[in-house]
Design a protein around this ligand. Structure first.
Ligand SMILES: NC(=O)c1ccc[n+]([C@@H]2O[C@H](COP(=O)([O-])OP(=O)(O)OC[C@H]3O[C@@H](n4cnc5c(N)ncnc54)[C@H](OP(=O)(O)O)[C@@H]3O)[C@@H](O)[C@H]2O)c1
Length: 244
């Protein structure tokens, strides 16, 4: 099995990379913005079956370059999981109200949360084509569901995850022509104890906060079970369908 985990330096991506390592792996490609300083680099050092690549969603050429390196090493990919995401950092913070909207923060969220998976798909296309079983997944978020939005707020995060869902749904339709055994999906990991959710954990009901290892185990199992007929869907960690 050849696997790519984009955003494997920490959090859910690192937990997924640990699971991938224990699976029947031929080659595991892992990315982070700066692999050498990433937590994951120490846990899963480079070796004959592990390659780390620098990739920043804000720099499309870094995605192209990572794709070129991957394609130079393997002919086909069996699973690709795009894990990168941002909710709050030095550039954006989740908006509570309309007055908090900032044009550059909206664009930034879109660049990090939506463009990464689709640009990676473009860069990896030759290894996705064929007749082999393939799961191509983007880690999205339930708050990206438009029909499920009852609370409002978090404009940039919600909109960028909704955009990721649409980009992946559109990819699923084209990918069916290139590989009839492909399944393209977006996944909601649950509320997971990582740096991303840390500032927002106060109101999470007891027992509802997953460890990243537990969320990753469930997501990996969802991907194991997804069939080509289920391509284009948005699925939660327990395999249930989430409406767009
Ligand atoms: N935690 C939750 O409760 C929760 C809930 C719903 C959805 N999610 C989604 O799950 C995914 C993983 O998040 P997490 O909880 O594991 O958060 P995390 O620990 O904060 O990890 C964030 C990841 O995003 C990457 N990233 C950030 N900016 C990037 C950029 N410009 N280019 C490329 N990669 C970038 C980071 O890479 P570096 O190592 O290079 O910084 C890191 O791998 C995200 O898509 C998030 O939206 C999380």
């Amino acid at each position: 099995m050849n696997v790519v985990i984009q955003g494997a330096g920490r959090g859910i991506g690192l937990a997924l990379a640990n699971i991938a390592k224990k699976s029947e792996i031929n080659h595991l490609f892992l990315t982070a913005r700066d692999p050498i300083v990433a937590e994951g680099f120490k846990h899963l050092p480079p070796g004959p079956s592990i390659t780390w690549l620098p990739l920043d969603n804000l720099i499309p050429s870094s995605i192209e370059k990572a794709g070129e390196t991957i394609l130079s090493e393997i002919d086909k990919l069996d699973r690709v999981i795009c894990c990168s995401g941002v909710l709050r950092d030095e550039v954006i913070k989740p908006e509570k109200r309309l007055a908090d909207i900032d044009a550059s923060a909206l664009t930034y969220a879109y660049q990090v949360n939506a463009t990464g998976p689709i640009l990676l798909a473009k860069a990896l296309l030759p290894a996705l084509r064929g007749n082999h079983r393939l799961q191509f997944a983007g880690i999205s978020a339930r708050v990206g569901s438009i029909s499920d939005n009852q609370l409002g707020g978090w404009y940039s995060y919600r909109a960028s995850k909704a955009a990721q869902n649409q980009l992946m749904r559109t990819l699923s339709i084209e990918m069916a022509r290139y590989n009839p055994n492909a399944c393209v999906a977006t996944l909601h990991p649950g509320t997971v104890d990582t740096a991303l959710s840390k500032p927002f954990q106060t109101h999470v009901p007891a027992g509802s906060l997953f460890k990243s290892e537990d969320s990753a185990t469930m997501l990996w199992s969802v991907l194991d079970k997804l069939r080509p007929s289920e391509t284009g869907g948005f699925y939660a960690y327990d395999g249930t369908s989430i409406p767009f």
